[in-house]
Design a protein around this ligand. Structure first.
Ligand SMILES: Nc1ncnc2c1ncn2[C@@H]1O[C@H](COP(=O)(O)OP(=O)(O)O)[C@@H](O)[C@H]1O
Ligand SMILES: Nc1ccn([C@@H]2O[C@H](COP(=O)(O)O)[C@@H](O)[C@H]2O)c(=O)n1
Length: 211
């Protein structure tokens, strides 16, 4: 049988705990061969746009992402070829100058708000997870994080949430729950769900004779 990496998609609304779930799975499997791709790093490059124009971009719409590049990179990793992963800088709303060289691994976790929205991405996944957290918790988490880590103000987070994030969530993200194999309530603190996922990934790796 030809060796092929396992691809796990992790999605859910902003602040749902996707990154925390991804980190928990990564930590449990880090003695094996595992890497993470963040869909956020594949936002379209906006270097050519002035900063003021970048503020107007809808970052919760499927068209904001360069999924063609993301798919190209996943397909290369599936052939066990290295990629140069872009790096995203939320404070300037575009990619940074840097790239991260990423060596191929046996497990690829693809994490992001709209990774289940694109059928081409779904078709590349072995397991699809949706992290399901109530909107009140998600906005509280996002507020704290965006002010601390993404250079935002209280007012800007609230304004963006009400005008863009919330309607886009209802239109594009929530409907992708139907594609999930597993729905994880509450995110990173759901140790039972995370352990089940880790066990399942190990079983797939054994079946593919990778472990
Ligand atoms: N169960 C939790 N309880 C409290 N804070 C959490 C919990 N899970 C995540 N957070 C915090 O909420 C913020 C968003 O979580 P994160 O995992 O980055 O979500 P996402 O990737 O879905 O946006 C982070 O600052 C994280 O530390
Ligand atoms: N320049 C940007 C790019 C993205 N966002 C927001 O990030 C959210 C996705 O990241 P999570 O870690 O929260 O899943 C998404 O809802 C965008 O609104 C941004 O504010 N600015």
């Amino acid at each position: 049988m030809m060796r092929k990496p396992v691809v796990i998609g992790v999605t859910g609304g902003s602040g749902s705990g996707k990154t925390s779930v991804t980190k928990a799975i990564y930590e449990s499997l880090k003695d094996h061969s595992i890497l993470v791709l963040e869909q956020d790093y594949y936002y379209k490059d906006q270097h050519d746009l002035p900063f003021e124009e970048r503020l107007k971009t809808n970052y919760d719409h499927p068209l904001a992402f360069d999924n063609d590049l993301l798919i190209e990179h996943i397909e290369a990793l599936l052939r066990y070829e290295a990629i140069d992963k872009p790096v995203y800088d939320y404070s300037i709303h575009t990619r940074s100058e840097k790239v991260i060289p990423v060596e191929p691994k046996d497990v690829i976790i693809l994490e992001g708000i709209l990774v289940l929205e694109d059928e081409r991405l779904r078709n590349l996944m072995d397991i699809k997870l949706y992290v399901d957290t109530d909107p009140d918790l998600r906005i509280i988490r996002r507020l704290t994080r965006d002010i601390r880590e993404r250079g935002r103000t209280f007012d800007s987070v609230i304004e963006q949430y009400l005008n863009v994030v919330r309607p886009m969530h209802n239109q594009f993200i929530e409907p992708t729950k139907r594609y999930a194999d597993v729905i994880i309530p509450e995110g990173g603190q759901n140790h039972v769900a995370i352990d089940l996922m880790v066990t399942k990934i190990q079983t797939i790796l054994e079946q593919k004779a990778i472990l």
